[in-house]
Structure formats: structure tokens, C-alpha cells
Design a protein around this ligand. Sequence first.
Ligand code: HDD
Length: 723
Amino acid sequence: MANKTKSRAGATKGETSTTPPALPAGSDTPTHYAEPQGHGGETHQSTDDTARTLTTQQGVPVSDNQNSLRAGERGPTLLEDFILREKIFHFDHERIPERVVHARGYGAHGVFELTDSLADFTQADVLSTVGQQTEVFVRFSTVAGNKGSMDLARDVRGFAVKFYTKQGNWDIVGNNIPVFFIQDPIKFPDLVHAVKQEPDRAFPQAQSAHDNYWDFASLSPEAWHMVMWQMSDRTIPRSFRTMEGFGVHSFRLVNAEGRSTFVKFHWKPRQGLQSVLWNEAVKINGADPDFHRRDLWTAIEGGDFPQWDLGVQLFDQETADRLPFDHLDSTKLIPEEEVPVRIVGTLTLNRNVDNFFANTEQVAFCTQNVVPGIDFSDDPLLHGRNFSYLDTQLKRLGGPNFTHMPVNAPRCPVMNFQQDGHMAMRNPKGRANYEPNSWGPDGGPRENPTIGYRSFPAEVQGTKQRIRAETFADHYSQARQFFVSQQPIEQKHIGDALVFELSKVERVDIRARAVSHLRLIDEGLAATVADGLGLDLPEPAKAAKPTLDLPPSAKLSILSNGPKDFKGRKMGILLTDGSSADLFAALTKALEAEGGLWEVVAPKIGGVTLDDGTKVAAKQKIDGGPSVLYDAVAVLPSETGVAMLAKDATAKDFVADAFAHCKFIGHNDAANALFDAAGVTERDEGFVGLAKAKDAKTFVGQCRALRLWSRELNVDLDAASLH
Ligand code: HDD
């Protein structure tokens, strides 16, 4: 006799279940998909309990989701089992190709509000009416790593924004760096091949620290401005929330009279700029490979909505002609001192996605998604991009109808005669599917020269040829400008990063060729890097044009543009049984007043009992909550607790890393025993004693500076050799 095992779905083998099974604890929302767009919303199972019954894709109710259909209790599985076959078939096809670049990303919904009208410059409605709110979707990403790679790779970050405007979708597909590696799109596949895993061995993952990348970079003089940004702390941001975004290229704004103005787009984080240290990044990758996505998700979930101001650099042809470089060259930026950034609106991310795949994975950005009043410049890289995005999406999303998906669908009416194709969901009704037609009002939409998109009628002439403009030839002046605009500690980090990366390069000639470019950027930096590599200083590379001494620009430094408070940053508070309840309360109160976040780290996840008997749950067991996950730490053990911590390797790492990473450390007297055990014997001004409740406020105030950078010169062997 067959075993009448109760299945988890509630039905017993051999029985027919008519009542829907109870949902698992904690899931009071039925697992259901949204209606596909264009379906019309009718459903045969809507509000009553049958709507909770598991069904096949064909809507057939499923009685048993645990056992497949078989002949006899231990006999073969039957091909007849359409429920099994459909389920496995669908599972087998769950994956779509990952993006060839920017595969790993994280998105959120939000809103853009215009605060300053650009109606004088553009017909774009989204940039014209002050106070108007436009829905947006934003996806941040790393570039080189695969979808499952870690968040803190040293890499450029994508910063792509889709505005669902009344005139159609407009995308700014930018990065957190205002320049790019190459000037011509024909080099893009080579750049990407070089930086991704080497093809024979499939490693290293999500890293530029290998021969192929530096071989390519050292053979591409135009890359060296971007290489300087890449080797700076810009590529190890503390959070997506603390990085800038840039549209990179010059675009055009075109107003109602047909006047064109060039524009560059900037996103400036209201959270201020902040990055982590490389040694920290390496450890974060192990402790929490999802550090950035968790950070963004948690901030939005907690109602601490990140915001960026949209800035524009507006300039005309005359200004462009005055610049000592060509604004059509994507390896150049326009310093804010030359053309100021005008803030025109604010982006707020206020809603996490409810389905990662449907939104973040399927979103399709494209530089050619522009609306009336926004047009392209003649930047050749931009023209290549305009082809590439649509093309790659056809493959990635499986057909031409991905604009029907909710995340990609415009929020304004879409009316045209494009039809059919894979997964068509928006199917026009009626007889006419061509234009012009003579079916009158029933014949569908018509072109409209008044409000329709018109390209700016730029004059174009020239000889057809494969050539790079002479005006693109200065590759080092802005690289030098970037370097001299950094604070000394930032310059040190650039030197450290170059030494680190080139130390992973096996071929000495590639290392030397890389350093030969640095000689044209900054002789001091070249000497430091050569020394760090144990290399004789090579001859300088041959430059097409001599390097100019452009003035420093403070906006290029992270540290000069950091936050003024601890808001949205996180403190790790290390407690043990018997820790002071008063101090803990004072500290958390001071943090909350500042808008700061905190997590309790303790020897056990169950938490601790404070000296007044209060129990406090831990967010992290100490092994899972290393100090690299926090912007600052407080170490507040009891006398008995510290004796135990002083024997624990992870507790010692907690304080040793916080010290090495220049973090502010609040502590009570008992903590000294842990510092001593960890070899942290030097107590500089970054250590703040917390004896009384009022000290907590002082400590949080000090944490506003984020790091005690002067300490780095004492904890890093390489430091002495720099500037
Ligand atoms: Fe690109 C994706 C940004 C040059 C071809 N790119 C992609 C994404 C961002 C950028 C943020 C991810 C979008 C998302 O989240 O889905 N790309 C840039 C910037 C560039 C740039 C700022 C230089 C200024 N890209 C560039 C060139 C080409 C491409 C020169 C090709 C000629 N990029 C692509 C692509 C991707 C892409 C292959 C991969 C996935 C996708 O488009 O949808 O088409």
C-alpha cells in the first residue's frame, strides 16, 4: 500500500484537496505575479481563496508540488507528468545572458524633481517645469565583474538613470567617473576583453590587476587620464549613495526656437563623497560581498532616502572653442572652474524593487533614449554607444519587445505601427497597421511636426576617412591636473593602487611601460611607483603633445567634497555582558540625533545583558561583523568581557583593523586591554575616551570627519616615500 505521506502543500497523496494550503509563516502576501502589461487586468481568480492555489503556467490548479507522477511507489517517473515537465522546463530557462559589461548591478525606483527651469535652453518638459516630479529608475553597477562578483572590486561604477517623462523615456547612462578610457568606440571590445578575465584561464574575476589590462592600458596613451581616476579611491566607494555620477559626453539642449546649447550632466550626492581604503575593500569583499547593495537597500528600506542633485554644465560653441581640449573627446572633462555646474533638480531614491529580475535585471538603458529638446553632440564614442545598447538588449532580453516590460515601458502613451515579434504584449487593435493610411481617425496615430522629435540641424561636411582628430591628441594634461588636485593622502592612495596593480602584472616590460606614462603625468608619482615595484625608472613614453600644467580643481578630490556629518553612516558598537547601559544609551541617542546608524556587535548573536540587566540583541556576532563594515567603532566591553575578547583573534582584528583604517574609535577604560592584546599601542587623537554620557556626543561629533587620515602616515610602510 502506498505511503500516505502528508505533502507540505497540505494535500495527502491519493486525496484531492479543495481547500487552498496555508501560506508559510511570514508570507501573508500570496506569491503571485503582476498582470502582464496590456492584459487588461481581467482574471478568473481574483479575490477569493482560490487565488491562493498554486497553478501551472496554464492556470491549472496543482494538487501536489512535492511528488512527481510515477508508476508505482518506487517505479519510473512518467513523461505524462505535464506539471513536472512544465516546471523544470521553465526553471531551465530562468537565466538570460548577463550584460557583457556592468553585469553586476543594483537598482531602485525614485523620483526626480526639477528645482530650476531650463526652459530657455530646452523643449524637454522634464527640465522645464519647476516642481514637476518625474518617476525614475536607477541602476548602479560595477563594470568588469560577472553578475556574482563582489561589490568592492576596484572598478568604475555605472550610474544609469531612466526618466519616465511625459515625452517618452530619457536615459542618462553614466558612470561615477566623468571621463572614459577610449575616444573611439571601435576600441571598446578590446578594452573590455583586456580588463575582464583572461580568456584561457577565466581569471582574475572583477579585477584590473593583471597583465592583459595593463598591457592594453600601457599601449593606449588616451586611457591614462581615466587610469588616474581608476587608481584613485573613486573606484572603491563607501556606498553607491556616496558617489557622483556623470553623463560623460557633451549632449545638446535644444530650445523651442531651435537654439542649441552643449550640456554635460552631473549627479552630486547630498550624502557627500566617501570611499573606503583598499585594504578595507579587500576585507569587505570577504565579510559582505553584497556590501553596496545591502547598504542601498537598507537605507531605502529604513526611510533614509539617498538624494543626488542634478547639475548641468551649459556652454556654447564659443566657450567650447576656447577650451584647451576638445569637448567631443570623452577622455576629457570640463573643470567646474571653467564652466560652473548649475543645480537644476533633485533625484530621490525612495522605493526598493519588489522583484530584482523584473526590474534591475531586465531594465534596458540606452544612450539614444532622448526626448524632444535633448540631442547628441558629435562625440564619436557616444555614436558608437547609441548603436551598442539597443543591439545588446535584443540579445539579452530575447526580442524587440522589451519596451513592453513594466520597467522599460514609457509612462506616456505609446502609439505606432510596430507589431508582432517575440513576447508582444502591447498589441494594437483595428485594421490599419501602416502609415500613411486613409482610414481616418480609426487609422491610428500620425506623425506630428509640432511636438515630434526633431534632430538639431547641425551643419556637417568632411572627407570620409578613418582618422582621430588632432584636437584629441593631448593625453596627459588632464591626467596631471587630476593628480595635482588631490590631497596628499589621496595622492598616496593613487601611488599605492598603481604599485598594487602593477605588482600583479607578471611581465616586467608591461610594468615598465605603464610607469613610462606616469613620467608624463607626475615625475614624483612615477618615481614612487617605480620604487614600489623595485624597478629602474624607465624612459618617459612618447607623447603626441607636451603635458600642460593645468590649475588644480578642488572638485576632483573626494576628501575636499566629503560629508559634513555622520548622517547615514554606520557605527559598530562592540559590547559584552556587563557593558554599561548608560554609555550605550548615551551613544545611541547621540547617533540618532545625528541621523547616524549603529549596529551592536557581540560575542554571541543572542546579544548581551548590560550592567542594569537590560538585554540587547546583537546585529552581528563578532566573527560576522568585522570593523570594515563600519565607518567608526565604539569598543565598550565590561572588565570581565574584555578578558575574553583579548584572547579572541576576531575581536583583536576588529580593533586592529579599525586602527589601521584610520577610523575613530570610541572606548571605555576596559577596552585598553583589548587594544594592548591587538598590538594597538599608540593612542592618537582618533581614540576618544567614553567615560560619561556626555562624552558620547563629543565622539559622534568627531566621527563627522570620517577618518583620521594623519594616522595613515604612521601605519603604512609605503607612506614615508610620498610627498
Ligand atoms: Fe556602456 C552598459 C556606461 C561606453 C556598450 N554602459 C553600460 C552601463 C553603464 C554604461 C552604466 C550599464 C547600464 C545598466 O545598468 O544596465 N558605457 C558607459 C559609459 C561609457 C560607456 C559612461 C563611456 C562614456 N559602453 C560604452 C561604449 C560601448 C558601450 C563605448 C560600446 C561601443 N555599455 C555597452 C553595452 C552595455 C553597456 C555593451 C552592456 C549592457 C547594456 O549595454 O545594456 O551595450
